[in-house]
Unconditional design. Structure first.
Length: 219
């Protein structure tokens, strides 16, 4: 299969810019402005954080976030793609609801954990970190969630299914292939009992039609 090198939807390379260390720290400081050192912090995971949080947590719960849904709506030009050939990763886009996982970070670990989390999730500032109410079986929690900034050229929507699949299949970034990211996320959600019908449809197309077994010589 010959995949396109780029598409009409792909943002221009010259428009991509990483946040400076100072800008990223300022973003983190704003998000933690209300936090006090004796408070634990909850983080909402809906994509790779579900299967690779990369931080220690004191508790994990299944959770539902209303007002946002999981969508392959973010151009990835570092982690799962490059500025020349970006991939697609999940963002929290407005509308609907999203089932995911919340992690409780112990107060003593918050500063260190959040600093590393910002390096991972906010390389270019395409997300808007927000504190949002989540429902869990054990009760409501207010968790930090990385929501999509629709005002940046990193935001994409309305891609035809064929183009979306081609983009995912061709892209490869710092953390590896974009296809791996999508499949790992789908598997992790399934293991947590979370059904995402749109993601399942994408996975079926990425895996392609099942090949018939070779029965030659049998019978």
């Amino acid at each position: 299969m010959n995949l396109p090198a780029a598409t009409s939807s792909t943002p221009a390379r010259r428009s991509f810019r990483l946040l400076t260390d100072a800008e990223r720290q300022a973003s983190l400081d704003r998000s933690l402005s209300h936090w006090t050192p004796d408070q634990d912090v909850w983080v909402f995971g809906y994509g790779s954080l579900v299967w690779r949080p990369e931080f220690d947590f004191a508790e994990r719960r299944l959770a539902v976030l209303n007002g946002y849904h999981r969508s392959l709506c973010l151009w990835s030009r570092v982690n799962r793609g490059t500025p020349e050939l970006p991939g697609l990763v999940f963002g929290l886009d407005r509308g609907g609801s999203c089932k995911g996982v919340v992690f409780r970070i112990a107060a003593r670990e918050v500063r260190t954990t959040m600093r590393e989390l910002w390096k991972r999730e906010m390389p270019s500032g395409a997300y808007i970190p927000k504190w949002l109410n989540c429902r869990t079986r054990q009760g409501g929690v207010r968790a930090l969630a990385f929501t999509m900034d629709r005002g940046t050229d990193a935001y994409v929507r309305g891609l035809p299914p064929e183009e979306l699949i081609a983009i995912v299949q061709r892209a490869h970034g710092h953390y590896g292939p974009c296809t791996e990211y999508v499949l790992e996320t789908a598997q992790a959600l399934e293991q947590h009992g979370i059904l995402d019908k749109k993601l399942r449809a994408v996975v079926l197309r990425l895996r392609g039609p099942a090949r018939p077994k070779n029965t030659a010589g049998k019978g």
